[in-house]
Design a protein around this ligand. Structure first.
Ligand SMILES: [Zn+2]
Length: 165
């Protein structure tokens, strides 16, 4: 069999990912320090330049749609296309953020961890998106610290519970 005919979609860590992933993590820490959900995100273009960064602002802005990825995309502003972009997020994207990734045809997603929240990574993969889960110990630890004392806020963020208003 001609090995050149075998096409494999292998999600791989790239050297240029380090800076953007670190910034996503510091965005998560910033939100945690503000009393918010510790989820950060960055957007990088094909040249490796960071073109957007943001973090979850549900608590800070009282905005239910201000997830990390959405805040990042807002901060990046308008683009002609996202065909060479990678979005980094410290936690697996929820269905809203997965929808945004698919809507804007972002071809690559780097996920810090998918233990606190599994998301729907298969939906991304089935759509042809390259998904890399890093299993970063610091991302996992920060989410666990937040969830331990803010369970209701966390559940509300992912649509699994609502606080009395
Ligand atoms: Zn989300």
């Amino acid at each position: 069999m001609d090995s050149s005919l075998i096409v494999t979609m292998t999600a791989m860590w790239q050297t240029s990912d380090s800076k953007a992933f670190s910034l996503a993590k510091s965005q998560a820490q910033k939100s945690f320090d503000e009393g918010g959900l510790p989820i950060g995100s960055t957007l990088v273009d094909g040249s490796g330049e960071i073109i957007g960064a943001g973090h979850n602002q549900r608590v800070q802005l009282a905005d239910p749609t201000a997830h990390g990825e959405i805040s990042c995309l807002r901060n990046a502003g308008l683009r002609g296309n996202y065909q060479d972009c990678t979005i980094f997020t410290t936690l697996a994207p929820c269905s809203m953020c997965t929808g945004a990734i698919l809507l804007f045809k972002i071809p690559r997603v780097v996920v810090g961890e998918a233990t606190a929240f599994r998301g729907d990574l298969d939906r991304l993969r089935e759509a042809g998106v390259e998904v890399l889960v890093v299993d970063d110990a610091e991302c996992i630890e920060l989410m666990q610290r937040f969830m331990a004392v803010n369970e209701e806020t966390w559940k509300e963020d992912i649509g699994e519970g609502y606080l009395p208003r």
